[in-house]
Design a protein. Structure first.
Length: 234
């Protein structure tokens, strides 16, 4: 499980005794020392042994909202001794946020290209909020159509679920986004949704995506990494 907060990626995973981690686990205190001593941290991966940390839920809640991480894209993996302990941590952490749900699509055409939108100076994927009592699948298709101008979209099935945090009206929000595979024709007319400040809609090949990936959100890049990894093993 991964949670994206600003440009910080928090991973929750069960410790694997057979795995040799790239770096030995550090304490939370040591991790904070790295951040506030001005160390070179951009793109770094850290591991914390969750069983050895006290008050970790509250510490992590405060940690994820710190603006110092905005441009660093640091990844912090919390290692748990069991799935039960990971689940307990997740429920406690989850309860500190106001929660909301969204749904969106990884839309592919007959050429193997992906439908991307340019919104607020970032390339990303079409998604939006789930309305009251609206089925999540219906919300995903509706949002894709509204944001891209597509008239015909075929829902193929679930792809992934992502989590990210943000601040709204002085409260921290945890958004769960449900992603679905979809299919549409490359010949379809595309119209950016102006009221959502979407400036462009474009079908992208894998090569084109790699060109613009740096101008996207870490969460969006994670979705494409998952997609490309699946395509290599299928």
């Amino acid at each position: 499980m991964k949670i994206f907060a600003l440009n910080l990626c928090i991973q929750l995973q069960v410790k694997n005794a057979q795995q040799n981690y790239e770096f030995p686990p550090v304490t939370f205190e040591a991790l904070m020392g790295h951040f506030f001593k001005g160390s070179e941290l951009e793109g770094k991966q850290f591991y914390l042994d969750a069983a050895k940390e006290e008050d970790l839920v509250q510490h992590l809640f405060e940690f994820q909202g710190n603006d110092v991480f905005r441009d660093l894209e640091v990844s912090v993996a919390l290692l748990f001794n069991s799935q039960e302990r990971l689940d307990d941590f997740w429920y406690e952490f989850h309860d500190l946020f106001k929660t909301t749900e969204a749904a969106g699509g990884l839309v592919v055409n007959e050429k193997g290209e992906y439908l991307c939108i340019f919104n607020r100076n970032k390339w990303t994927l079409p998604k939006g909020g789930v309305e009251w009592r609206e089925p999540v699948e219906d919300a995903a298709v509706r949002e894709v159509k509204e944001e891209t101008g597509l008239q015909e979209v075929q829902l193929l099935g679930p792809f992934s679920k992502t989590y990210h945090t943000f601040r709204r009206r002085r409260k921290w929000v945890l958004k769960t986004t449900h992603w679905y595979y979809m299919q549409a024709s490359s010949e379809s007319s595309l119209v950016p949704q102006a009221e959502e400040k979407i400036e462009a809609v474009e079908w992208m090949s894998k090569a084109r995506w790699m060109e613009v990936a740096a101008q996207s959100y870490p969460l969006t890049r994670q979705i494409f990494r998952e997609e490309f990894a699946k395509s290599l093993t299928s």
